[in-house]
Design a protein around this ligand. Sequence first.
Ligand code: DC
Length: 226
Amino acid sequence: MPTKPVPVLTIDGPSGSGKGTISQLVADQLGWHLLDSGALYRAVGYAAGAAGLDLSDEEAMARCAQTTKIRFSVPGDGGETRVIVNGHDATDELRTETAGAAASAIAAFPGVRSALFDKQKGFRKAPGLVADGRDMGTVIFPDAGHKVFLTASAEERARRRYKQLKDKGLNVTLAALLREIQARDERDASRTVAPLRPAVDALTIDTTGIPVAGVVAAVLSVVRPA
Ligand code: DC
């Protein structure tokens, strides 16, 4: 008898669309595993920087993606997941704008994307997976039974990011964040491999002005229709 594939919910969208927060909450509610695919690209960019490699050298970046050891450490007490890169807890470094920009740059290289392909597929384990990223529904899990694409205006995304970074005590300006977000959107959407776009069978949810609980409810209703 054929076995039923492990269910997958893909949550794609641009940076600041709320994917990270929503994916974590939805995964908790469903009791499913979570794949934060952006963290993998950030980890490779971080490892490359730490090794003093040239981020524009495609071959070196592809090799770095193949050899970097990335581990997610999920604390039993419901605390935040730590990302261990080549044995070092790099969670805090990975959250910075610099790490995001490095990730976006190296993510445009096909060799980097293919090096991370199987690793991402490996997260599909029972009872289910919530996969957060840019190409989860289009490239990594095209057969997923549930697909969502989250968006929000660039201004709203910049405001959310501003608040997050200010809360952490970082010195940033709203105008600079807006420019950074627009540049990143442009790079992620215009690259030739796995550009950022909704899967044809994804439900697009515009989260501008919608409270987190409302977005979580909308996403959950895709998995468990009323
Ligand atoms: O979601 P994030 O901000 O952590 O992602 C960082 C960068 O990594 C993003 O700008 C583009 C890249 N990325 C990608 O190309 N594909 C993914 N599935 C996830 C992230």
